[in-house]
Design a protein around this ligand. Structure first.
Ligand SMILES: C[S@@+](CC[C@H](N)C(=O)[O-])C[C@H]1O[C@@H](n2cnc3c(N)ncnc32)[C@H](O)[C@@H]1O
Length: 252
């Protein structure tokens, strides 16, 4: 939504300039407005995507003119819809775990987990990092986007990767579930982990890159240099009662 608003601000500025008789300034004015509006968005890559949306769409529109233009715009959405099916929009879009992000986690999570799941495994970067931490672990990933699941399975022959919804798949068989999703996902992930992993003898672990479970104290927080924090949660039979706020977003 922030990116759409930034693009819209560019189009509004360009439209006003065009109507005011300054059509030759429309592209520059729209780009400057979108660039200024994008400053309100946190994160370098997100800001860049937001800032570039207006000039790219304006140039593409000028290039693809005529009656077929709208068809091609729609056609361009097809690969996007394939790579990002709607259900994946509720959680996080693809963003890979950086190579060294989980370094040191093997010293915190002990004994070493035998079976590890990356819930929403994308192209397998998180699984590769987990495999480096625990080379003996059985690695599994679930990913909702079919092309990404297919590519991840080819990239990581040592892992079992399924195209599935991480909320529908059971986590009960895993000693550790790894997530790199978004803040809004974490309360639901905690409730699922508590219900499915908490009941196992010995419990298990929930590990989240960048985003904490609101209201729950992690067993450890790993922070490497200027990198993203890693939150490590111990899951046991009491975990279901440990969250201070009981408001878990219901079955989205
Ligand atoms: C930020 S990426 C993380 C990728 C990978 N875990 C990593 O760290 O390299 C989030 C991934 O979760 C996937 N995803 C989002 N919602 C999902 C769902 N309900 N079930 C399965 N995968 C989902 C997205 O398609 C995306 O590939």
């Amino acid at each position: 939504m922030p990116a759409l608003l930034v693009w819209l601000s560019g189009w509004l500025a360009a439209g006003l300039l065009q109507q005011g008789g300054a059509a030759s300034w429309a592209l520059a004015g729209g780009t400057a407005t979108a660039a200024a509006a994008s400053l309100a968005i946190a994160g370098g890559v997100r800001r860049l995507i937001a800032a570039l949306g207006f000039p790219l769409s304006a140039v593409a529109l000028a290039w693809v003119e005529g009656p077929v233009a709208s068809f091609w715009w729609l056609a361009a959405l097809a690969p996007l819809a394939l790579a990002y099916p709607l259900r994946a929009w509720r959680d996080a879009p693809f963003f890979p775990t950086p190579a060294g992000a989980l370094q040191g986690i093997e010293r915190i999570v002990q004994p070493a987990p035998g079976c590890v799941l990356d819930a929403g495994c994308g192209l397998g970067h998180g699984l590769a990092a987990l495999g480096r931490a625990w080379p003996q672990a059985r690695l599994q990933g679930v990913e909702w986007s079919a092309p990404m699941a297919w590519l991840a399975a080819r990239r990581l022959r040592c892992a079992r990767i399924e195209r599935a919804d991480m909320w529908a798949a059971s986590w009960a068989a895993f000693d550790l579930v790894y997530l790199f999703q978004r803040p809004e996902t974490m309360a639901r992930a905690w409730a699922k982990a508590a219900a499915e992993i908490g009941g196992r003898p010995g419990g298990g672990w929930l590990v989240s890159l960048e985003f904490a479970v609101p209201g729950v104290e992690p067993a450890a927080r790993l922070q490497r240099g200027g990198g993203r924090p890693v939150y490590v949660y111990r899951i046991d039979a009491r975990s279901g009662r440990r969250r201070r706020s009981t408001a878990v977003p219901a079955g989205r």
